[in-house]
Unconditional design. Structure first.
Length: 129
C-alpha cells in the first residue's frame, strides 16, 4: 500500500493511539470479557475481578474511542464491542507471537476469542507470567 507522506503521518498517529489504548492490561481484560456477549458493569467486574471504579473508568475510555457501545435495558447498561474485528486483530497478534489455537480449544468453541481465564491458560508457558 503506497501512501503519501501526509497519509502515512495520519495513519501512524491513528495506530499509535489505538495501540496505546489497547496497551492497558485492564482494558484488554474488559475486551476479552465482552468478546462473546454484552454485559453489565457488575458482570464485567465479576469476570475480570476489577473494582467498579476501574471498570467504569476503562469502559468510558473504550466508549469514547468507539471500541465499545452501551445500550440501556431497564435499569442496567449493557456494554458490547462496537466491532468484533477488534478481537480478531488482538487474536492475530497472539498468533504472530507463536500462540496457536489448539484442536481441543476449537472443540470447546474457542475461535481465537476468549475470556481472561482462557487467555491465561493459552499463554501459560509462552510468557513468564
Amino acid at each position: 500500500m503506497l501512501m503519501t507522506k501526509e497519509e502515512t503521518g495520519v495513519v501512524t498517529e491513528y495506530l499509535a493511539k489505538i495501540f496505546k489504548l489497547l496497551g492497558d492490561p485492564n482494558r484488554l481484560k474488559i475486551l476479552f470479557s465482552l468478546a462473546h456477549e454484552a454485559k453489565s458493569v457488575s458482570e464485567i467486574m465479576n469476570e475480570t475481578e476489577l473494582p467498579q471504579t476501574l471498570v467504569s473508568f476503562h469502559l468510558k475510555t473504550l466508549r469514547n474511542a468507539n471500541i465499545l457501545r452501551a445500550e440501556r435495558n431497564a435499569t442496567f447498561i449493557y456494554y458490547s464491542l462496537s466491532d468484533q474485528r477488534i478481537m480478531e486483530c488482538i487474536s492475530a497478534f497472539l498468533l504472530l507471537d507463536g500462540l496457536e489455537i489448539r484442536t481441543e480449544d476449537r472443540k470447546q468453541g474457542f475461535n481465537g476469542i476468549c475470556n481472561p481465564q482462557q487467555m491465561m491458560s493459552l499463554m501459560k508457558g509462552a510468557f513468564k507470567l
